[in-house]
Design a protein around this ligand. Structure first.
Ligand code: P1T
Length: 376
């Protein structure tokens, strides 16, 4: 029987060291490898190309995403940028109309200058997606749930409607494979900012990709080396160590976020709570079908931008910071922080919105912190 995700997270790609018995993957802090004769080596030549600690991480990521191949990068954006180098000037890309602000910035303010064109489409509207395909479309890019509006995209339905020549890539950062495995739902490529739930401890920046197609893998592996946005061995080690506890962390993130979301939904100072685990979420049925757990991310809408500002500056346990997915709870104001680059664009976020990354502290302390911050 193939192993379950919780087992793969701890063991995949990670054999005890054959010479010493060390149970943890060593941090191969080396840039190069001695060769017996020119081009005669043990599979490693230079650490931009390959490094054993990175190999372990890449194999582990592939296994937990249910894919054949994995690749690791210096950041989530480096992973996205490398995927985008699969395409050429004139190629058209369909993107969901709510994504991480840095993804928007990379697409519209960097890659558009190199001749890629982007259509920003409401992925909850399958007819709108169908109508957006052109003969030049090569990629459908989606986040689900989206950052920061937590809207869902139906991965299986979108993968089924994309024409053969169009790749479907899913940014799975908000969920992690403990919640959903896009490759098993028909996506071609899954990527993560491993800075978030995979690493899980806010101590490393990284990005990963997993996929099944050997040809696309070969092209991405070539690009990984040719571009060189690779993570160092220490970062790979930290990410591997974080992944080991992914399953238990996601359970706790989800149960804490559910309790926090319910409390906020009943709070008179909160206009709306957006969380896939609440039956008030407009896509609750899809969430139930597609996501094993509702996850640790939620957003709230307050009455005014001033109230949003007041909330994010008054919490004590919820630290005011960008990023998400670590064991500690974070709170932020997307309009002025993570999504400032979308201001004045069609996908700008409302200034009354506050985003919470609910950590794994004791839930009563988290609720108490938010209640106190919301009090008059
Ligand atoms: O920060 P980096 O590791 O480069 O990953 C970028 C990225 C990609 N995709 C999603 C869905 C993300 O949320 C991020 C990074 N996001 C934040 C830093 C944030 O606070 O939303």
């Amino acid at each position: 029987m193939p192993h379950h995700l919780d087992t793969l997270a701890i063991h995949a790609g990670q054999e005890p060291d054959p010479t010493t018995g060390a149970i943890m993957t060593p941090i191969y802090q080396t840039s190069t490898y001695v060769q017996a004769a020119p081009a005669e080596h043990k599979g490693y030549e230079y650490s931009r190309t390959d490094n054993p600690t990175r190999t372990a991480l890449q194999e582990c990521v592939a296994a937990i995403e249910g894919g054949k191949f994995g690749l690791a990068f210096a950041s989530g954006l480096a992973a996205i940028d490398t995927i985008m180098r699969l395409f050429s000037p004139g190629d058209h890309i369909i993107v969901g109309d709510d994504v991480y602000g840095g993804t928007f910035r990379l697409f519209e303010k960097v890659l558009a200058r190199y001749g890629l064109t982007f259509s920003w489409v409401d992925l909850t509207d399958l007819d709108a997606v169908k109508a957006a395909f052109t003969p030049a479309t090569r990629l459908l890019w989606l986040e689900t749930p989206t950052n920061p509006m937590l809207r869902l995209a139906d991965i299986a339905a979108l993968a089924a409607l994309a024409p053969e020549r169009v790749l479907v890539a899913v940014d799975n950062t908000f969920c992690s494979p403990a919640i959903q495995q896009p490759l098993l739902l028909g996506a071609d490529i899954v990527m993560h900012s491993s800075t978030k739930y995979l690493g899980g401890h806010s101590d490393v920046v990284g990005g990963v990709v997993a996929l099944n197609d050997p040809d696309i893998y070969a092209r991405l592996k070539f690009l990984q080396n040719a571009i060189g946005a690779v993570p160092g061995p220490m970062d790979c080690f930290l990410t591997l160590r974080g992944i080991k506890t992914l399953g238990v962390r996601i359970e706790r993130h989800s149960s804490n976020a559910t309790a926090v979301a319910r409390m906020l939904e009943d709070h008179p100072a909160v206009r709306q709570v957006i969380y896939p685990g609440l039956d008030s979420h407009p896509q609750y049925a899809l969430a139930q079908r597609q996501m094993r757990l509702p996850g640790g991310m939620l957003s709230v809408v307050l009455d005014t931008a001033e109230q949003a500002h007041r909330l994010v500056t008054r919490t004590k346990l919820f630290a005011l910071a960008e990023s998400l997915g670590g064991v500690e709870s974070l709170i932020e104001h997307p309009y002025s922080m993570t999504h400032a680059s979308t201001a004045d664009s069609d996908i700008a976020v409302p200034p009354q919105l506050v985003r919470l990354s609910v950590g794994i502290e004791h839930v009563d302390d988290l609720i108490d912190d938010l209640r106190t911050a919301l009090a008059d």
